[in-house]
Design a protein around this ligand. Structure first.
Ligand SMILES: CC(C)(COP(=O)(O)OP(=O)(O)OC[C@H]1O[C@@H](n2cnc3c(N)ncnc32)[C@H](O)[C@@H]1OP(=O)(O)O)[C@@H](O)C(=O)NCCC(=O)NCCS
Length: 202
């Protein structure tokens, strides 16, 4: 049973996003609230941002940042966003749309902006938008956005209800609606994948 809305911010290595990178896509927008509204919403904990400097020890054989490391950070930020919202441990059920459109370079500052896009009974869609900034030229690039399905887990390791997240701004409603469409799409993909598997397995 959900215990009620979160009443305090938890302190983590992840900062609250009061500012946003230029060129932000609406899917992961974090600056849509009127300034007067900021910090006063009890559901402000539905979003967060984490920024990390890409250092030489993070590179792959090509000299760019290792994709596996970015996946780890994506999972960490999705976990933090989901757990902070649900106020209980959350596990990763699935992740969609991890497409590295462009390499991330050593020396760049990478920002992961996460938000709860939609809640089910026990699951949450967490969107994560990744941008990089070259510290010298200060050029900002959007390198990818992806969507995690996280499930809240109770002490008995079974799924538990999450606090419902209600979109309030037009932007949040758009993200909520898009997350609903992705949920349907996931079901469709699972159905099709099961059919393909059945047709190819002997
Ligand atoms: C996540 C987990 C607890 C779900 O267990 P389950 O027995 O399927 O639980 P439920 O049937 O109650 O489903 C829980 C939620 O997941 C959703 N879900 C379960 N299977 C799903 C699937 N294949 N696709 C989409 N959603 C799914 C359900 O719709 C439900 O969400 P809702 O309450 O918002 O509707 C279980 O699959 C698990 O422990 N997975 C491993 C997670 C993990 O360890 N991740 C780290 C990687 S190692």
């Amino acid at each position: 049973m959900w215990r009620g809305p979160p009443d305090d911010a938890c302190s983590t290595a992840v900062a609250d996003p009061s500012d946003t990178a230029p060129g932000e896509d609406p899917e992961m927008s974090t600056n849509t609230d009127p300034p007067a509204d900021r910090g006063s919403r009890d559901d402000d904990l539905h979003r967060l941002s984490m920024t990390i400097l890409m250092t030489p020890d993070m590179s792959n054989f090509a000299g760019n940042v290792h994709g596996g490391l970015l996946l780890k950070y994506l999972d960490q930020v999705a976990y933090t966003c989901a757990t902070r919202w649900a106020r209980t441990y959350a596990v990763t059920l699935s992740v969609d749309q991890v497409v590295f459109r462009e390499p991330v370079h050593v020396g760049e500052l990478v920002t992961f902006q996460a938000s709860v896009n939609r809640t089910g009974r026990t699951s949450m869609e967490i969107g994560v938008r990744v941008t990089t900034q070259d510290l010298v030229s200060q050029v900002v690039r959007h390198t990818n956005s992806c969507y995690f399905t996280m499930v809240a887990i109770g002490p008995d390791r079974r799924p538990v209800e999450v606090p419902p997240w209600q979109p309030r701004t037009a932007e949040e409603r758009r993200r909520h609606e898009a997350a609903g469409r992705r949920r349907e799409l996931r079901r469709e993909i699972e159905r099709a994948t099961t059919e393909i598997r059945a047709a190819t397995e002997h």
